[in-house]
Design a protein around this ligand. Structure first.
Ligand code: KPL
Length: 321
């Protein structure tokens, strides 16, 4: 049943698939720009801050890509009732804001809306399942890099594939969303083992993010130091063991090698955690090494490095407010 409160002023073309991106941070703005260039999609951004939403609505999403800077007009509002319910909602907020974002975006979910989290960290899809029907919630990963330069303005680093799946085993929905993303020119595919996918990503983030934040190095610079390289590998191995104890089926995955590969592939990136620390923002450490430490406790495994890194990054956050 359409809700008469949706004024529809910012989504005037009801026939096109509607994508709402929740959270105009670096990744949200990047994807609003990438998807918003596609003529057959109607892409909008939902912010929780009205002043920033107004600015982005007026200026669009500005992407500084390696090939040049371009602007994509993207309707943006803090009022969900300004949009019609979405076919796809992509959650790109920080992990600690997932519950608030779900509550805010709830009016935009209809019976057929896919709600996809592409956030960092563990625990996001479980939170979304408290607010949306389980079979509508999808979870995925992307290793694309983006740096927020100013509200609505991002520098795009490397673009990577989006891999997604349905924790509730709703394969048709996962497939439909992968096809929608592909239709916009993004590389996307479905996996049947979402938990293994999310653990692979969190393993990478556990190793790279705290070490870059603590040492102020770019991802690639971690490999330049023998001690940091060793620590990177040891953190990756620890997360691998915790995951194994928690029942993750890693498949063909060599933790140390994989982390080093990502450092190389994203060598010029400042990790999201380093960006947060430099920007004086709260980090996602509780959902990265913190989440792995909690899992370790639950399953009777050891995670001393994750525990230590969580404490050190939190120590930094105290300093940076
Ligand atoms: O996801 C990332 C992040 O910065 O959060 C990586 C993969 C480490 C890329 O920078």
């Amino acid at each position: 049943m359409p809700d008469s409160r949706h004024s529809d002023t910012r989504s005037p073309q009801p026939d096109k698939p509607r994508v709402i991106i929740v959270g105009p941070g670096a990744m949200g703005c990047l994807h609003a720009g990438l998807l918003g260039q596609t003529p057959h999609l109607q892409v909008s951004l939902l912010d929780h801050r009205a002043d920033r939403a107004k600015l982005i609505h007026q200026q669009g999403s500005i992407i500084e890509a390696p090939t040049g800077t371009y602007t994509v007009p993207v309707p943006c509002s803090a009022d969900p009732y300004e949009f019609r319910p979405a076919d796809l909602m992509i959650i790109f907020t920080k992990a600690y804001d997932t519950a608030a974002a779900a509550q805010h975006a709830a009016p935009l979910a209809g019976e057929d809306t896919a709600v996809l989290t592409l956030q960092n960290g563990l625990g996001n899809y479980e939170v979304l399942q408290e607010y949306f029907p389980e079979e509508q919630v999808l979870a995925g990963t992307t290793a694309s890099g983006a740096t927020l330069l100013a509200p609505g303005r991002v520098r795009q680093a490397g673009l990577s594939e989006i891999i997604l799946g349905s924790p509730a085993d709703n394969q048709p929905l996962a497939q439909r969303v992968a096809e929608l993303l592909q239709s916009a020119g993004l590389a996307a595919r479905v996996t049947e083992d979402v938990d293994a996918l999310l653990w692979r990503k969190v393993l990478i983030n556990c190793a790279i993010n705290p070490l870059t934040a603590l040492t102020r190095r770019r991802n690639g610079e971690l490999l330049e130091s023998a001690v940091l390289r060793e620590l990177l590998e040891r953190v990756a191995e620890e997360v691998y063991e915790v995951g194994k104890a928690a029942g993750v089926e890693w498949g063909d995955f060599a933790p140390g090698q994989e982390v080093k590969k990502v450092c190389q592939a994203t060598a010029a990136n400042q990790s999201s955690m380093l960006q947060d620390v430099l920007g004086g923002r709260r980090t996602e450490v509780d959902y990265i090494t913190g989440a792995v430490s909690r899992t370790a406790q639950e399953v009777g495994a050891q995670a001393p490095l994750c525990q230590c890194l969580t404490a050190l990054v939190k120590g930094l956050a105290v300093r940076y407010g």
